[in-house]
Design a protein. Structure first.
Length: 299
């Protein structure tokens, strides 16, 4: 009997933690529209038969440790799990038999559905190819994935622009440092945006500041892929799209705090595009060193 979860499929499971390989401990928030992410168990003692991943995936050990044995045909791999170690599983990755022995823990899983990823990269079908690799360590990649999980777990409170920026950074890092490949078509080779494109993007941001802006929407304005847009924007403005928009939102809020004293902090937060008053307060405090309320009182 085949057991199926959001993470993968199995024909059979056994051992003390028999339910663990097929279990999902926590999925991303229902409001999350980015890469599928979830927490799954790292079994302490379990065996599986015919395990296959559903999508190309990244798996990061958050806790637990121990030995793993994976067999595919005549090939057997002896592996070890440790905190912050990660593995990459390419499309179609499967094992005939797997066994875990050690201290149970948790694993963060990030999936890369082909259609979603190629849409961000403007790659041809099958263009993003994640290689299979085991027992890897890279603090920067793990940090990006954990930041993305914080957003996914909370439902994306910092907005689509931030989430897509993290996603593109993660995809780019997988490509540059870990061999993921994509063939992109119709991508401009210029490093910076033209003056016309700069004006178009800046004007659009000013006019739609209250909206949940996204890298995809901004990239469509200048007819390039989201991945290319993010690189070109950073090269042009020396700041990421999310950081730029946050700066503009804070500047607009500063003006409103003094000139529109009848409006509440929550109203101002929404009018410049912050998802909540608490998000606005934290972003304002980080940038200005004081809360919006204190800023208004001092003015």
């Amino acid at each position: 009997m085949t057991v199926k979860s959001d993470w993968g499929t199995y024909d059979a499971v056994a051992g003390r933690d028999a339910a663990s390989p097929a279990e999902v401990l926590k999925n991303a928030h229902s409001a999350w529209a980015g890469l599928p992410m979830m927490k799954v168990p790292l079994p302490g003692s379990a065996e599986v038969i015919n395990h296959a991943v559903i999508h190309p995936s990244l798996a990061i050990a958050l806790s637990g440790r121990g030995k793993r044995t994976y067999r595919s045909g005549i090939h057997v791999r002896e592996l070890y799990s440790a905190e912050r170690m990660f593995e990459l599983y390419g499309e179609g990755y499967c094992i005939d038999h797997g066994r875990w022995e050690g201290v149970p823990g948790e694993v963060l899983g990030v999936q890369f559905p082909t259609q979603l990823v190629n849409g961000l990269l403007h790659a041809h079908s099958g263009g993003f190819r994640l290689p299979t690799a085991h027992e890897l360590f890279d603090d920067r990649l793990v940090g990006l994935a954990l930041s993305l999980w914080s957003e996914a777990e909370a439902g994306g409170p910092l907005g689509t622009l931030y989430a897509q920026g993290l996603t593109l950074a993660l995809l780019g890092f997988l490509g540059e440092q870990h061999g993921a490949w994509s063939h992109q078509g119709n991508v401009r080779s210029t490093a910076k945006m033209s003056m016309a494109d700069r004006t178009l993007v800046r004007d659009y941001i000013e006019q739609h500041m209250a909206s949940d802006l996204s890298v995809v929407t901004l990239a469509e304005l200048v007819r390039v892929s989201p991945a290319h847009f993010a690189r070109a924007f950073k090269a042009t403005f020396d700041i990421s799209p999310h950081a730029y928009v946050t700066e503009r939102r804070i500047e607009s809020a500063r003006w409103m705090l003094h000139s529109e004293r009848g409006r509440s902090l929550a109203e101002i937060a929404g009018s410049v595009g912050f998802s909540s008053q608490s998000h606005f307060t934290e972003a304002f405090r980080r940038r200005m060193g004081v809360t919006p309320g204190r800023w208004r009182a001092n003015g």
